[in-house]
Design a protein around this ligand. Structure first.
Ligand code: SAH
Ligand code: SF4
Ligand code: F3S
Length: 470
């Protein structure tokens, strides 16, 4: 057992980050060959990409992916800790799987992802979910094939989720879910420690990948026919700050743009580290998409301070307007938390006021959820859940209004769309515009995988309908 520890997870030292290369373990395999697996992925793009790595690793040893968890020899839940409901979903699913395991005794059940790194979760599993086979933390996904093989042999709960600061493992294979768009991690972990957030504890210290490894990955993706990369990290603007090579996010964006890949996106940007140099680079390169996710969290400076966000409302607005002025047709999206401990009605109104000023293209809105071990968990919170729900409702009404208004401006216009697949809407294809809007379009199937011009005919709140023009 290698249990996660909250105390250890809080620590940040100057210990040097080691980069290791993943290698297939030749000793493994016989037990795994031809067994089936199913991975359920919760949470953010980081987890989605981890799942792509895990799927590829298991396939390397001859395992076969199945669509239905009920038909799998191995079930993995790749979990998220960000809010209470993410936890609840996973424990709900575990209830169903326990039932299944009662009938099919031979199946192996494992947990990976952020919940695996939580001390409280590991303890709960140890006490109440002993029937599970393994818990594997975020720093150790490269050990997945080994722990799976041991599980098939031993069938005894193993927890391998130490709260170490983590190294970087290069060369992990990836079974990418999309043929045209790829996620590329540029950094792991987070050192911002916003007071409500669990990520710095579950993902460890900020570790930026070596630029040459990133650029090589992008170039390889181009060769494989990918049109778009999304550079991933918890706050990508801080890329490189933990390294000694004086190479920052602006440099990386420029070099990735220069590889010639048709579309570059990046997420998430914390307003704190957004430099003018970065803005200039985004404005200069046509293949860096004019779409920025810039979480504000709150429109009130006192709340922002309590959240540990390190900017004021005014500083956020300055940055917002600078981006709008300097980057042609940029779309800006955001994240907002309502009902942070102690948030008054007036302070919430400041958030509405900020939304009225920014008129975001898209926003993800959440009710504050206390996370074990974070400073905000201990803050006095006397707002009722009904009140919080009302605030969320009011905020969403406003967000939806502006999302539709922004989309309406595109009616009659021609936008570039990377066509990905057939749409859920019968007879239509789907793809995303340069500003990251979902577009359903009429056109022939051979457009799939291409960037084409689409005339927008109808705007909805969360999507656009259009037709292929060239
Ligand atoms: N690294 C990103 C955010 C990752 S988490 C950033 O800093 O912008 C995604 C979003 O979840 C956050 O932006 C925040 O709005 C929300 N979130 C995080 N912790 C939360 C909590 N405890 N309760 C409610 N929402 C939370
Ligand atoms: Fe969480 Fe803040 Fe880090 Fe984002 S920047 S992952 S909100 S601690
Ligand atoms: Fe969730 Fe972990 Fe991502 S907590 S949002 S899966 S980094």
């Amino acid at each position: 057992m290698n249990m996660p520890s909250l105390k250890e997870a809080r620590k940040r030292t100057n210990k040097e980050v080691i980069t290791e290369k993943y290698k297939k373990n030749k000793e493994l395999g016989k037990t795994l060959k031809n067994k089936t697996f199913h991975i359920k992925t919760y949470g953010c793009q980081m987890n989605e990409h981890d799942s792509e790595n895990m799927i590829a690793m298991l396939k390397e040893y001859g395992m076969k992916e199945v669509e239905d968890f009920e038909n799998a020899d191995l079930i993995i839940l790749n979990t998220c800790s960000i809010r209470e409901n993410a936890h609840n979903k996973v424990f709900g699913m575990l209830g169903r799987i326990k039932h299944l395991k009662g009938i099919k005794k031979d199946i192996i059940v494992g947990m990976t992802g952020c919940m695996a790194q939580e001390e409280v979760v590991a303890n709960t599993i140890l006490n109440k979910y002993k029937w599970m086979d393994f818990v594997l933390g975020t720093h150790n996904i490269h050990k997945l094939p080994e722990i799976v093989e041991i599980s098939f042999k031993e069938r005894k709960l193993k927890i391998e989720a130490p709260s170490i600061e983590g190294d970087i493992i290069e060369n992990m294979p990836a079974d990418r879910q999309n043929k045209y768009k790829a996620y590329v991690n540029i950094m792991y972990g987070c050192d911002k420690f916003c007071t409500y957030c669990i990520v710095p504890y579950t993902r460890g210290k900020q570790r930026s990948r070596n630029k040459d490894d990133i650029l090589k990955e992008v170039k390889d993706l181009i060769k494989e026919g990918y049109k778009e990369v999304t550079l991933l990290g918890q706050n990508v603007n801080a890329y490189g700050k933990d390294r000694k090579d004086n190479y920052n996010m602006a440099n990386l964006l420029e070099d990735v743009a220069k590889t010639g890949i048709e579309r570059v996106r990046f997420m998430t940007s914390h307003p704190w580290d957004f430099t003018d140099e970065m803005i200039d680079i985004i404005a200069k390169y046509h293949n860096i998409m004019p779409s920025i996710h810039l979480p504000v969290q709150s429109g009130n400076t006192r709340i922002l301070k309590l959240m540990g966000r390190r900017y004021t409302k005014e500083q956020y607005l300055d940055l917002f307007h600078k981006l709008k002025d300097k980057i042609d047709k940029v779309a800006i999206s955001t994240d907002i938390i309502v009902g942070f401990p102690g948030e008054t009605e007036e302070e919430f109104d400041d958030t509405l006021e900020l939304v009225n000023e920014c008129k975001f293209d898209l926003a993800y809105t959440f009710i504050f959820s206390p996370r074990v071990g974070t400073p905000a968990e201990k803050m006095k919170d006397d707002i009722s859940i009904e009140e919080k729900e009302q605030r969320l409702y009011k905020l969403n009404e406003l967000i939806n209004k502006y999302a539709l208004e922004n989309n309406k401006k595109l009616e009659g216009k021609i936008v570039d769309v990377l066509v990905e697949a057939e749409s859920d809407k019968l007879g239509y294809l789907m793809g995303y515009s340069d500003t990251n809007k979902l577009v359903n379009l009429k056109g022939n199937e051979d457009l799939i995988g291409k960037i084409v011009k689409v005339k927008i005919l109808e705007a909805k709140t969360w999507s656009l309908n259009g037709e292929y023009v060239e």
